[in-house]
Design a protein around this ligand. Structure first.
Ligand code: TNX
Length: 519
């Protein structure tokens, strides 16, 4: 046989057992165990969804919609079946799931609807990212490394609105993130309607970081309910943040009687801890907030009070308070304020969450959750863990997404470097070796997007993606299963997916395609 004919026959033979018969896995975050076996399950002729438990009905409708968006026909009479099995299982805790793909049947089993949800999201993601209508037979056993997998969006500095927020919540769920921290109040604008104090939004909602004259922009309570319900359907908990006693300028513009003043650079920056009425005012606000958000936690900020508490030195009420409570200095006043507000939260039935400044204030160790953000102050993290606080890791380096992600980029922060995709992916293993006891206290990871310099949807997309996806794998996948080169190789598929979602992401490999948006 001549050589070229041999090669043609060889090519035909090889092609007839095409490797794409079993599509490669395209899962992010990558599951903790995949055992691939021979054969495929095909979605080409439609599928039926069966349930072990009527409580899964809502979920199955959600899945049906997701699958039909991918062109799969969902038909109760189809002979290929996806079976959702809620099990009373001790080995499958919380968000864990098993996804078993056989030639004619897929079984997703978990001990909770959350687990079923994540099993389904893996299935959907494989179809969606691979672009195939078949999936390899396999058994995937999966559970998250960290319980808390979060993203924070600052909507005080700039307001993006509920459609954008819903899109982000949907994307979060697609990558198995489960907590949305909503920074709703800060110096430029107050963004949540409080019925007892309407001026908070009509007056305090006016302006943004870049435009003090911007018309009032905020969420009504109806908007909030809608977003909370949308998130709940995707197993995303929303933790609202009402920042206090600092970063309160917008509220103080609306109700100056509760202002504790500020500094030259940050006027009217604080609430007034020396005025007893302030505690009643803030408690009323928190009651309304608590009624809107089912989350156990409300985040009370507590950060950077020293930016603008100069006038506390000259405040008669604060002087009297210091005397009465034997408070030595203004930091002690700040801590007193936080303890009082924690008591209010307790009375409302919520737990305190706050930035790492609150560790020193002696708030309840059993119930409060700390967000460690000052990457240059590792002692704050150590103190929090030593004291036994549940802690979320969100250090500026590498988890602040208002930092640039590439040296060529101009708009964004830097601090002895910046936050490239790979650093996000490799966190926390690149930086920390936690002792077992400390690890039990680490709730998880969160990326924070502060928006002083980000005024448009394109800008927040550009800073968030693809970094948030890298963080999802850092938060979900066990250290032993993390693999930067595999993640890196999946990027083109992730970019195609983000394109289909209309997201303006950053792409390091294509300098022409996604440039920094215009400011
Ligand atoms: C610090 S993080 C802040 C924010 C800023 C951010 C900018 C934190 C608790 N406070 O108010 O927006 O830095 O990176």
């Amino acid at each position: 046989m001549n050589r070229s004919i041999f090669l043609i026959i060889l090519a035909i033979v090889l092609n007839s057992c095409k490797p794409e018969e079993q599509p490669a896995w395209a899962l992010v975050p990558y599951p903790n165990a995949i055992e691939t076996v021979k054969g495929v399950f095909s979605f080409e002729r439609g599928i039926a969804i069966s349930l072990s438990d009527a409580s899964l009905q809502g979920l199955s409708e959600f899945y049906g919609k997701r699958l039909s968006d991918l062109g799969v026909i969902v038909d109760a009479k189809a002979d290929r079946v996806i079976d959702l099995q809620l099990l009373d299982s001790k080995s499958l805790k919380g968000e864990a799931y098993v996804l078993e793909i056989n030639k004619k049947r897929i079984v997703i089993s978990a001990a909770s609807s959350k687990g079923i949800f994540y099993g389904f999201m893996s299935l959907w993601q494989q179809l969606s990212l691979s672009g195939e209508k078949v999936i390899s037979c396999a058994r995937i056993t999966d559970a998250p490394r960290f319980d808390y997998r979060g993203f924070m969006l600052d909507e005080s500095r700039h307001f993006f609105g509920k459609e954008k927020v819903k899109q982000y919540i949907d994307l979060m769920a697609s990558f198995k993130l489960n907590t949305f921290h909503w920074h709703l109040t800060d110096a430029p604008g107050w963004r949540i309607e409080i019925k007892a104090f309407p001026k908070l939004t009509t007056v305090g909602g006016q302006g943004s970081h870049t435009n003090p004259d911007a018309p009032a922009a905020y969420y009504t309570q109806e908007d909030i309910k809608e977003v909370v319900a949308y998130a709940a359907e995707r197993f995303v908990t929303i933790i609202p943040e009402i920042d206090m006693p600092g970063h309160a300028t917008a509220a103080n513009k609306a109700y100056p009687e509760f202002s504790g003043g500020g500094s030259e650079k940050h006027p009217d920056f604080t609430f007034d801890p020396g005025n007893e009425a302030t505690y009643g005012y803030l408690t009323t606000i928190l009651r309304e907030v608590a009624d809107l958000f089912p989350s156990n936690y409300i985040h009370l900020g507590g950060d950077e009070v020293h930016f603008g508490n100069e006038q506390w030195h000259h405040n008669a009420g604060i002087k009297a308070l210091m005397k009465r409570e034997s408070l030595e200095d203004l930091v002690a006043v700040e801590h007193y304020f936080m303890r009082r507000m924690t008591d209010s939260l307790k009375a409302i039935g919520k737990h305190l969450a706050g930035w790492d400044e609150i560790v020193a204030s002696g708030v309840d160790r059993q119930t409060s959750m700390i967000y460690w953000w000052r990457h240059d102050k590792t002692d704050k993290l150590e103190t929090a863990l030593k004291a036994g606080y549940k802690t979320v890791l969100c250090p500026r380096r590498p988890l602040y997404f208002d930092f640039v992600q590439h040296d060529s980029l101009k708009n964004g922060r830097r601090w002895e470097g910046f936050n490239p995709l790979r650093d996000v992916y490799q966190y926390p293993d690149s930086t920390h070796r936690f002792a077992e006891t400390d690890l039990k206290l680490i709730a998880g990871l969160q990326a924070n997007l502060w928006t002083e310099r980000l005024a448009t949807d394109d800008w927040i997309d550009f800073m968030t993606f693809p970094r948030l996806i890298a963080m999802s794998e850092a938060a979900w996948t066990d250290e032993a299963q993390k693999d930067w080169s595999r993640f890196d190789a999946t990027l083109p598929k992730l970019f195609a997916f983000l394109d289909s979602m209309g997201i303006y992401y950053f792409n390091e490999l294509d300098s022409e395609h996604k440039k920094e948006p215009a400011i």
